[in-house]
Design a protein around this ligand. Structure first.
Ligand code: ATP
Ligand code: MG
Length: 556
């Protein structure tokens, strides 16, 4: 098969041009720079696939750099989860690095800027600084501290570091241009005072660099060739370049792409943290969360997420990706890899009256009919009493109902054709038992009955059935764009989790493997939950077999 040649995305074009020109000696070094203030989400997966994908394609490397300059919100738990998620996605970083490891160098860089008369200590309050910055159409005005001497600035900055001042009393600012139309160049903050404990540097520092001062310099220290970030950093790029130019350090370059936005999903870590803290979900890895750990627990495979990121591509403009594309990718993957099993979620008993009492037939079913050889077989016990799905029977079936009702026949998957002739109701009028006869010479694979039936249904033998809890998930939000609402939490779907506490599963599923996908025939794709144990099996529905939302839209 000829692979369709994909056109290059704009970052690949930049890299190929750099390789042609011999920039950086043909080296490609990217980085993925998460702030360890939450778990990674599917948006981060896009950035990971892009950064690691580029270095793989161009024979380069990718660093993992924890952007830990904001001690208040960061935590070591997040660091571990981030590493686990990147590796699970199938990528390995060249070096594990921390911006906090550069605090001393960054401090020296700030001293350099002061010596070059390009930075000054400002005693103004945050409000005073904001007020003196002007507006995009009006130039800012210098604060009284802008004209401090190099010596005074050096001394004050040193004292800031030594802890002589309280939070907010002083800041270090770059001295650039108070009239620049780009507000980021109007003497931006480089350092602020924060007397807080840092998860790595402890109490060593009480001044912390701002993102704009730390990020580009960290890229430069690592000699990153292509520093890729999202579009909101475009206006920061002149400052990124200014710092590198004035400090005369390695010329890393910043490139921006559109972040992933997805329908029915919120993506910011801050909002996801609210969902966890306010108990709308159980945890960061709740299977309804768009986090990588949530998707994994739900049954998404790394390959399906990589494939999704590949399909959405890399754009220069904001857009909104339909969540059904992600669902398409996991269906496509699981259809090829999931093992087929029979499970009854809403049981009703079917009795085959003409089948011998006490007889057990060991039928066989292919694990995976999508591949040659079926990846082996499992045994499925068949007996006189079976559980079937309640909605596979109707008391008064309409025309074209190809399942069970009095006078109707179906094939039991992997087994016989049965014909229903009667049913039993309890005193409340609920159907509790269905009576059928089976056709002895209609067994799957050796059917000589000559009968044709339109429907095939799944079943589980009553005496052999094991029990399991099954969790069915729906979208966490009602609105296509929940963040557009005043309060995104007002759009939460209260029915996003349905728990079936007692489903009947075929016996083989009692030894289901963690991390493996199973297709429960006719019901969807499922996987064992991380809370499952041999005495209390729990399955998560990863995704339905078909896009049920698309159907609802068509139905109107
Ligand atoms: P959030 O708002 O969710 O906290 P962030 O950008 O603050 O996101 P970081 O940990 O700083 O999160 O991001 C690490 C990297 O992942 C950055 O390079 C960032 O641009 C990228 N990234 C974050 N969210 C997305 C997204 N939705 N789509 C693509 N890339 C993203
Ligand atoms: Mg951030």
């Amino acid at each position: 098969m000829i692979e369709e040649e994909k056109s290059l995305n704009f970052i690949e074009e930049v890299i190929e041009e750099d390789l042609r020109k011999g920039t950086h000696d043909g080296r490609v070094l990217t980085r993925f720079p998460p702030e360890p203030n939450g778990y990674l989400h599917i948006g981060h997966a896009k950035s990971i696939c892009l950064n690691f994908g580029l270095s793989q394609k161009y024979n380069g490397l990718t660093n993992l750099r924890f952007d830990d300059t904001n001690p208040v919100t960061e935590d070591a738990e997040y660091v571990e989860s981030i590493k686990r998620d990147i590796q699970w996605l199938g990528f390995q970083w060249a070096q594990e690095l921390y911006t906090s490891d550069y605090f001393e160098i960054l401090y020296q860089y700030a001293v350099d800027l002061i010596k070059k008369e390009l930075a000054y200590v400002d005693d103004s309050t945050a409000e005073e600084i904001a007020a003196s910055k002007g507006t995009p159409t009006e130039p800012g005005i210098p604060t009284p501290y802008r004209s401090r001497s190099v010596e005074e600035n050096l001394m004050l900055f040193q004292q800031m570091r030594e802890g002589k001042y309280r939070d907010g009393e002083k800041v270090l600012r770059a001295k650039i241009d108070l009239a620049n139309p780009n507000m980021h160049l109007r003497d931006p903050l480089l350092y602020r005072i924060r007397h807080v404990h840092h998860h790595r540097t402890g109490d060593k520092w009480c001044i912390y660099p701002m993102y704009d001062f730390a990020h580009g310099q960290s890229d430069s220290i690592e000699k990153i060739t292509h520093s890729i970030c999202t579009l909101e950093f475009i206006p920061h790029r002149p400052l990124y370049d200014w710092c590198i130019e004035k400090l005369e350090i390695f010329p890393s370059k910043q490139y921006e792409f559109a972040r992933l936005n997805m329908t029915y999903t919120v993506m910011s870590k801050r909002k996801l943290l609210q969902l966890v803290n306010e108990k709308f979900v159980e945890s960061w890895d709740d299977p309804r969360m768009p986090t990588i750990s949530g998707l994994r627990r739900r049954g998404y495979t790394a390959a399906s997420i990589r494939n999704f990121c590949d399909k959405i591509g890399v754009q220069k403009r904001e857009n909104m990706i339909d969540v059904s594309l992600l669902e398409f990718c996991i269906r496509e993957d699981l259809n090829k890899t999931a093992w087929r099993r029979m499970v009854v979620l809403d049981p009703i008993k079917l009795v085959i009256t003409n089948y011998p009492d006490g007889q057990v037939e060991e039928l066989t079913g292919e694990n995976n009919p999508e591949v040659e050889g079926g990846e082996g077989f499992r045994h499925i016990p068949f007996t006189k009493q079976l559980w079937i799905e309640r909605d596979d029977f109707m008391e008064e079936p309409p025309k074209k109902f190809f399942r069970l009702g009095v006078g109707l026949s179906v094939r039991l998957k992997h087994a016989y054709i049965v014909e229903c002739y009667d049913f039993v109701k309890d005193p409340e009028g609920k159907v509790i038992e269905i009576h059928c006869n089976y056709i002895p010479n209609s067994k799957s694979g050796e059917d000589t009955s000559g009968l044709k039936v339109k429907g095939t249904i799944h079943w589980v033998s009553v005496p052999h059935a094991k029990e399991a809890e099954v969790r069915l998930y729906d979208r966490l939000f009602h609105d296509e764009n929940p963040v557009a609402a005043e309060d995104f939490k007002s759009s939460i779907n209260p029915d996003s989790l349905q728990i079936i506490s007692k489903a009947y599963i075929e016996p083989d599923l009692a030894t289901a493997q963690a991390g493996k996908g199973y297709q429960f025939i006719r019901l969807g794709y499922f996987t064992l939950d991380t809370q499952s144990s041999p005495d209390h099996l729990v399955f998560n529905r990863t995704v339905t077999l078909k896009d049920s939302w698309a159907k609802e839209i068509k139905k109107g």
